[in-house]
Design a protein around this ligand. Structure first.
Ligand code: R5P
Length: 301
């Protein structure tokens, strides 16, 4: 097996390679003055099973294009098989038509990958349960929830002092799964998003009031602006919660998110390395857990 990386998350790709006792195969990525990219593989791949690791978070389109070019180069160079490891699958929130006249952007990306003849895609914690149905090739869908559950158990938090919280009703599948793993009851806050502006309101709490405890263990698939999680925590605070530990798989951290989260009422934020967080976006409340071993195990299998 040979493993290549795009430029979006090389540290994760290196860790995965390391767990597989491999070195990353070199790729040259040249950026022309007008922003176009040229990709060149500097390793032999004839009849090899190959893997390319590329997260498609910000800059989303650029990262996707780079992935497409690496896949194309692998195919043209005679690779026997190509597995695209896309720990964060960009455009996954655009998985259906919300308003008449919209495209289903995620489906477009998947169609391109399939037309380039990728053999398998491996992803982590997808936004919705319908996304796997878009794929006509094998999909490895991994989850960071067991990793988060371990962290909760190691912290000694349990049902007498903690409640699991989904910041919106779209996260009920995730929160049910965590509740099964931890035997801690859950509540959900109700989020309304204005589709044209993207502004959100957190209006109420669904679930048993008696289950609300002093510590919230909040679970979500991604943080972008940080507004969902903080507004949800603020409503919980009004209902007696005083500690807010957040577990989120994908740290997108758009615009001022890092500063906003650090200065918020959130106590601690656990994320994974599905998306690379540069030094300047890291903050004291943040803890990054690696998913390299999960991906490496999946690739071995
Ligand atoms: C949306 O349904 C997702 O699960 C996240 O809750 C959302 O994308 C977080 O976005 P933000 O951090 O910008 O509020």
């Amino acid at each position: 097996m040979k493993i290549f990386s795009g430029s979006s998350n090389k540290p994760l790709a290196e860790k995965i390679a390391n767990k597989l006792n491999l070195e990353l195969s070199p790729v040259e990525i040249h950026v022309f003055p007008d922003g176009e990219r040229r990709v060149k593989l500097n390793d032999e791949v004839v009849d090899e099973d190959t893997v390319v690791v590329q997260s498609t978070a910000t800059p989303v389109d650029q990262n996707y294009m780079e992935l497409f070019f690496i896949v194309d180069a692998l195919k043209r160079s005679g690779a026997r098989s190509i597995t695209a490891v896309i720990p964060y699958l960009g455009y996954q929130r655009q998985d259906h038509v919300f308003r008449e006249g919209e495209s289903v952007s995620l489906q477009v990306m998947i169609k391109i990958l399939e037309s380039l003849r990728v053999n398998k895609v491996t992803v982590l914690d997808l936004h919705s349960i319908k996304i796997p149905e878009f794929f006509h090739i094998p999909l490895g869908h991994l989850s960071a929830l067991p990793l988060f559950a371990e962290e909760v158990k190691n912290s000694g938090w349990g049902k007498t002092d903690s409640v699991l919280v989904s910041p919106d009703l779209g996260g009920l599948r995730r929160i049910n799964k965590m509740s099964e793993l931890l035997e801690i009851p859950w509540v959900a806050t109700v989020k309304d998003r204005q589709l044209d502006t993207g502004n959100i309101e957190i209006s109420s709490i669904e679930g048993e009031r008696k289950d609300i405890k002093k510590r919230a263990i909040m679970i979500d698939d991604m943080i972008s602006s940080g507004r969902t999680i903080v507004k949800s925590a603020e409503l919980l605070q009004k209902n007696g919660v005083s500690e807010f530990n957040v577990f989120v798989t994908h740290p997108i951290f758009s615009q001022d998110a890092s500063e906003f989260l650090q200065n918020s009422i959130i106590t601690k934020i656990y994320v994974t390395d599905s998306v690379y967080v540069p030094e300047e976006k890291r903050f004291p409340k943040l803890k990054i857990l690696s998913v390299a071993h999960l991906i490496a195990e999946n690739l071995k299998a």
